[in-house]
Design a protein. Structure first.
Length: 201
């Protein structure tokens, strides 16, 4: 509203300063009233426009106490499709290991399959700590399919305590989302959450 005041006061025609302030106040009140009406309308009518209901099968994945590698958590899934099956490639965490130093949960990248994309079973470890660069955990998978190969990028934890020097990106290659053919370190520097586009842009 101050801009209106400045605009009118710079014109060549004569307007009394008090009138300018009155006009300014009127414009401010109109704007405030309109904004308030709109806000109240949205608050009182938004729930009549649509309703959100929790899906009865949520969560799609939960920790599985019968699998030691995912007794603590199962989350951050990335969907993929192979034939008529849907896969969820996800991060799984074990309970902290009391017999290992440091006492920490270990993360792996796991795979679960489904025929309808809702009920997932056949859960197994896809990528487990194995190399020096991921010996303290494999986290947060991102899957891209190129040809017949799935490229699973993941965060590789190579040291503890975690720092910028030991958190990097690695990639595992698989053709069936159950077995890894090869794996490589992608970044020699600190990085997370890498993904590859499925085609050239």
């Amino acid at each position: 509203m101050e801009t209106l005041y400045n605009f009118l006061s710079t014109k060549d025609f004569a307007i009394h300063p008090i009138l300018l302030k009155v006009l300014n106040r009127i414009c401010y009140l109109i704007f405030s009233y309109t904004s308030l009406r709109l806000k109240n309308y949205l608050i009182h009518n938004l729930n009549y426009m649509f309703t959100l209901n929790r899906f009865e099968y949520n969560p799609l994945l939960s920790p599985n106490k019968s699998h030691p590698w995912e007794t603590y958590a199962a989350f951050n899934g990335c969907p993929a499709k192979l034939g008529k099956k849907r896969f969820l490639i996800y991060r799984a965490m074990s309970e902290p290991d009391a017999f290992r130093e440091p006492h920490m949960s270990m993360s792996v990248v796991a795979s679960a399959s489904s025929v309808d994309g809702i009920l997932y079973s056949d859960r197994s470890v896809l990528i487990a700590p194995k190399e020096e660069y991921d010996q303290y955990g494999c986290e947060d998978p991102r899957v891209t399919k190129l040809g017949d190969t799935y490229y699973v990028f993941y965060t590789a934890l190579g040291g503890y305590p975690f720092s910028k020097d030991n958190i990097k990106v690695a990639v595992a290659l698989t053709s069936d989302l159950k077995n890894v053919k090869e794996r490589h370190l992608v970044t020699p520097f600190n990085a997370k959450a890498m993904v590859m586009f499925p085609e050239k842009i």
